[in-house]
Design a protein around this ligand. Structure first.
Ligand code: ADP
Ligand code: MG
Length: 276
């Protein structure tokens, strides 16, 4: 794909929403692949014990594979668990294995329990433009580790009736982490996912979100697309599974918008490949 301006420093983006099924994992892997296709070097950190991001990227994550669990709990260097993603140049993944489910408890008694991921990332020497962290659907220690490691929070929001419920709790947690552990943390980006503009409800919710978060919501939204939901079962992102699909084009466009905002270039949707 065409190149985009690269950030001066690695942007660490925490993809979080304690609600399950809102498109965190889908957004993490497809945005990451899009940023890599645009010419960036991108690492996905899978912080959900389910390992869905690892699966979707075609990364082996059975119980014996060195994983983010070893990094968090045993202080293993991040470089020892990172794997290149097949078929996408410049894209890498630190996989999650099922033992990560225990880490939430095990971390409690460890020193610097909230900043173990941050330390691992700081010690990682490979040059990267972006690190995207896929969080579990909870606000426990794994998500706190992500929020201490990153400066930016990206919240995927599904445009349905309960979309904004629970958002207050997430925002309060961001404030708490900023106040106590990471002064740089802020909600930089909100992405509307599984958007069906034909329904009244979806457009009403989208309108409400855009009114509340004028600066944060990307102009590009992600449509509901069967191709997006099929891709993970082939161990692929929609960018390689069906590059011409509306889902692929919308993630490429969202990535472009994210990259341009990061370098302070205003985004002009009139050049978008698809409607924003
Ligand atoms: P989360 O990580 O927040 O739990 P997922 O990314 O796993 O959410 O998405 C939940 C489900 O919705 C998955 O089955 C996924 O394939 C599907 N999905 C996500 N985004 C889309 C979309 N834009 N169109 C269709 N299905 C989607
Ligand atoms: Mg997920």
């Amino acid at each position: 794909g065409e190149g985009l301006p690269r950030p001066e420093q690695t942007r660490v983006i925490v993809v979080a929403n304690q609600k399950g099924g809102v498109g965190k994992t889908t957004t993490t892997v497809n945005l990451a692949a899009s940023l890599a296709l645009h010419g960036g070097r991108v690492l996905v950190v899978d912080l959900d014990p389910q390992g869905n991001a690892s699966t979707a990227l075609g990364i082996d994550h059975h119980a014996e594979v060195p994983s983010i669990y070893d990094v968090l709990v045993d202080s293993r260097p991040l470089a020892e668990v990172v794997q290149p993603v097949p078929d996408v140049e410049g894209l890498f993944c630190a996989p999650a294995t099922i033992d990560l489910a225990g880490a939430e408890i095990e971390l409690v008694s460890l020193v610097a329990r909230e900043s173990r991921l941050q330390r691992a990332i700081q010690a990682y020497e490979q040059p990267l433009d972006y690190i995207l962290i896929d969080c579990p659907p909870s606000l426990g220690l794994l998500t706190v580790n992500a929020m201490v490691a990153g400066a930016e929070v990206l919240i995927p929001i599904q445009c349905e009736y309960y979309a904004l419920e629970g958002l207050g709790q997430l925002l309060r947690n961001v404030d708490l982490v900023r106040g106590h552990l990471n002064p740089t943390l802020h909600v930089s980006t909100i992405l509307l996912t599984m958007y069906d503009g034909r329904t009244r409800l979806a457009s009403q919710v989208a309108e409400e979100v855009r009114t509340h978060f004028v600066e944060e919501v990307l102009r590009t939204s992600i449509p509901r697309s069967v191709r997006i939901s099929e891709a993970p079962s082939y161990g692929q992102t929609v960018l390689t599974y069906d590059p011409g699909s509306s889902g692929a084009l919308s993630y490429l466009e969202a990535a472009r918008e994210l990259a341009l905002r990061g370098v302070g270039v205003s985004y002009d949707a009139t050049h978008a490949h698809i409607g924003a």
